[in-house]
Design a protein around this ligand. Structure first.
Ligand SMILES: Cc1cc2nc3c(=O)[nH]c(=O)nc-3n(C[C@H](O)[C@H](O)[C@H](O)COP(=O)(O)OP(=O)(O)OC[C@H]3O[C@@H](n4cnc5c(N)ncnc54)[C@H](O)[C@@H]3O)c2cc1C
Length: 408
């Protein structure tokens, strides 16, 4: 989000300095992400489309492909959960198809959806596997090209003085600002605390994905030219945030195997570096489905070094539900990765001016959904700073920081 915001500000000729402490365990980490239009909310589809346009612009600057068009298959055990999505596609004139599990198997023979579990699906040709590393490098190159090497500083911020309007880095460099964009993922509240600004209803969870490798010789059946990306929609229990699984086919020259992950099922980080507002624990227990399924494993006090056995069993089961021909025991790699989740009473992102300081814009709360939207979110943050019109203006009100949350 920081790189996208800086890229947008550079493109419109603003003086910008991006500071990144280069944390190893950030949200924008790993090999791949899904980009898709499949949101039942038409405004979010417009945001995704704007992001696709900007990814197209970025692709022209990249030395390697950024996006691999696979199409996106949305699946669910409940047909009605996909009815709203199909209606939105219909209303927007977006090409799509409804397929039953037999039709899915005819088109992509390895995708054998369990009949009792996944009864209906929606396929949209707009769906991509995104090469995360290429995106990150190209954004950095673009910032260098447009604003010079001094515009990108690989240093951690240790303090921010809002009276003097300065940022100080670990090596003692002091940088002045007129407007400050805080796009710090799970570190957002920690930095707000250092700035003496009120915290936001944010919490960090540690999620996991696992690559399941096909048996030797069968790899082409599981690659990006053979399968779509898959998003699973689960019926959330009353008042709970959404959850489900996702799958990304094998990428060219990528990690061996097909990537599977569960959305929002990881433990919640309970650590002084990630401060939360009072009442957050109780709100998590009420609104996160993981509170029902993980039991005492819900909280973790430090960054986990080992594989999470609960998440592993969930991805094993998900793999069996949609790709049973993969040998689940042949897992090649498990990766951990943080989600910056929030306790607002909706599923929207958090992008806007901090209520206590009109010179600070916060960009946070992407809960495992942000990468596909990053260039558009960067443009949105940039438009808040410059006053330029944003392509999806109604989101400026929707994503504001002071909206109803589960703590009030
Ligand atoms: C397992 C997993 C799968 C996902 N799958 C998808 C997907 O398929 N599709 C999708 O759209 N999204 C997906 N997401 C979500 C997406 O990757 C994130 O929403 C997005 O990458 C978050 O970006 P960010 O810039 O907000 O946060 P981050 O990438 O966490 O960046 C925060 C940055 O702040 C820096 N920072 C923190 N503190 C300081 C400091 N004091 N000084 C300087 N710098 C600092 C860090 O170094 C870091 O670079 C997934 C996420 C995970 C974890």
């Amino acid at each position: 989000m920081g790189r996208s915001t800086a890229w947008s500000l550079c493109r419109s000729g603003n003086h910008v300095v991006l500071l990144d402490g280069g944390h190893a365990e950030k949200g924008s980490w790993g090999e791949s992400r899904i980009a898709r239009l499949s949101y039942a909310d038409p405004v979010m589809v417009r945001l995704a489309r704007r992001s696709y346009e900007l990814y197209g612009t970025l692709s022209q600057k990249a030395s390697q492909p950024i996006m691999y068009k696979t199409g996106c298959l949305d699946v669910s055990c409940r047909k009605d959960l996909l009815d709203n999505l199909a209606k939105t596609y219909e209303d927007l004139g977006q090409p799509y198809e409804r397929l039953n599990h037999k039709q899915v198997e005819q088109r992509w023979p390895v995708l054998q959806l369990t009949t009792d579990y996944v009864q209906a699906s929606v396929y949209c040709p707009e769906g991509d596997a995104v090469a995360l590393g290429v995106v990150m490098e190209t954004l950095k190159d673009q910032i260098h090209t447009l604003a010079g090497p001094a515009a990108y500083i690989d240093e951690s911020v240790v303090s921010i003085d809002r009276q003097k309007k300065t940022v100080t880095t670990e090596d003692g460099t002091v940088i002045s600002y007129s407007k400050l964009v805080l796009a710090a993922g799970i570190w957002t509240n920690g930095l707000l605390q250092k700035m003496n600004l009120s915290l936001l209803p944010l919490v960090a969870t540690i999620e996991q994905n696992t690559y399941y490798a096909p048996s030797k010789g069968r790899e082409p059946l599981y690659g990006i030219s053979a399968m779509p990306v898959v998003k699973e929609h689960m019926p959330p229990p009353n008042g709970m945030k959404k959850f489900g699984g996702y799958m990304i086919p094998h990428m060219p020259n990528g990690v061996e195997g097909v990537k599977f992950g569960m959305h929002r099922q990881g433990p919640v980080l309970e650590h002084e570096d990630f401060p939360v507002l009072p009442g957050s624990a109780a709100a998590v227990e009420r609104h996160f489905r993981s509170a029902q399924t993980r039991g005492r494993d819900l909280w973790c006090r430090r960054w986990p070094e080992d594989e999470d056995s609960y998440l592993r069993s969930e991805t094993d089961a998900y793999c069996k539900r949609i790709l049973p021909s993969l040998q689940v025991h042949r897992s090649e790699l498990t990766m951990r990765c943080p989600y910056d989740q929030h306790l607002y009473a909706d599923e929207d992102f958090v992008v806007g001016f901090h209520p206590d300081d009109p010179d600070v814009v916060v960009v946070a709360g992407f809960a495992g959904e942000g990468f596909k939207f990053a260039p558009a979110i960067g443009e949105m943050a940039s438009s808040l700073i410059t006053g330029q019109t944003f392509a999806v203006p109604e989101l400026i009100h929707r994503f504001r920081l002071n909206r109803p949350n589960y703590l009030k």
